[in-house]
Write a protein that binds this ligand. Structure first.
Ligand SMILES: NC(=O)c1ccc[n+]([C@@H]2O[C@H](COP(=O)([O-])OP(=O)(O)OC[C@H]3O[C@@H](n4cnc5c(N)ncnc54)[C@H](O)[C@@H]3O)[C@@H](O)[C@H]2O)c1
Length: 261
């Protein structure tokens, strides 16, 4: 969609990192932005530093009633939402499935996968009805590859986000609504600290995540471009392709082996 015609963008997890960069990139194109986050302190800080083009919205993406209230309050202030960015998420806990606390698995799926569905469920029918708009879901290159060690639950959620986005894109295309999925590699954000706060595990694997190699502003600009061009996949690290290719080649080999039997 043309960003100069977008009336209002709603960005989850926008008080930090990639979400914040997406909010900034959209505002730079003149789009009023609601930044939704469950870190109300960071949210207040971010909004205080910004002009009237931004408003803050306390929201935990796991809270379905909260989503309905957040949509009503945001649209009362800034008008109908044309762009939804489901970005809020946490990082891996470092455990293999056999050793993982089931609560950690549940939290990962609730935030990183169901949280995205909750956003879609709150806004997609209205976008379809109005016949315009765009949804961006934030996955990861972990949503396209085999799981790195200890990132299994994260990868389950992120593969789910890719799948949801691909299907949603097909469902909404006839109505003029675009869908993109952002699959970043390592980005320099607060993900280790946010994950430690939300999981209550300050020394866990998230705190030891490798440092990001790019600035989130790069991801923000790529997302703004993807909305304008209705690109299906938004990738930040072209050098990660061999990991994706390895998985696709393994699947391809299994298909060929089957047809030779
Ligand atoms: N940083 C990376 O290297 C990287 C790589 C691939 C994908 N991602 C994905 O990018 C997205 C953004 O992460 P980031 O790296 O910018 O991290 P970040 O911690 O800087 O920002 C994430 C924001 O989401 C918020 N959040 C977390 N749980 C929430 C919840 N339940 N409800 C509402 N808000 C919540 C946090 O408070 C934080 O402000 C995540 O989905 C993450 O999985 C990040």
């Amino acid at each position: 969609m043309e960003l100069n015609k977008a009336r209002h963008a709603f960005v989850t997890g926008g008080a930090s990192g990639i979400g914040f960069a997406i909010a900034d990139a959209l505002a730079a194109k003149g789009v009023p932005v609601t930044i939704a986050d469950n870190d109300t302190e960071a949210l207040a800080h971010v909004i205080a530093d910004r002009s009237g083009k931004f408003r803050g919205q306390a929201l935990d993406v796991r809270d379905r009633d909260g989503w309905i209230a957040a949509r009503a309050a945001s649209e009362a202030a800034f008008g109908p939402v044309d762009i939804l960015v489901n970005n809020a998420g946490i990082g891996p806990d470092g455990r293999g499935f056999a050793d993982m606390d089931p609560k950690s698995f549940d939290r990962m799926i609730a935030i990183n996968l169901v949280g995205v569905f909750n956003g879609v469920s709150t806004f997609a029918a209205a976008l379809r009805e109005q016949g315009r708009g765009h949804i961006v879901n934030v996955s990861s290159t972990a949503g396209l590859t085999f799981s790195p060690q200890g990132a299994g639950a994260y990868t389950v959620a992120k593969h789910g986000v890719v799948s949801m986005s691909e299907t949603l894109r097909t469902e909404l295309a006839p109505y003029g609504v675009g869908v993109s999925v952002l699959c970043p590699g390592l980005v320099d954000t607060n993900l280790p600290r946010s994950t430690a706060r939300i999981s209550g595990d300050p020394t866990g694997a998230a705190a030891r995540m490798p440092e990001g190699s790019i600035d989130p502003a790069i991801a923000g600009k790529l997302v703004a471009r993807a909305i304008e061009r209705n690109e299906p996949y938004v990738l930040t690290h072209p050098e990660y392709w061999p990991g994706v290719e390895m998985r696709l080649r393994a699947i391809e080999a299994a298909f060929h082996a089957q047809s030779e039997n």
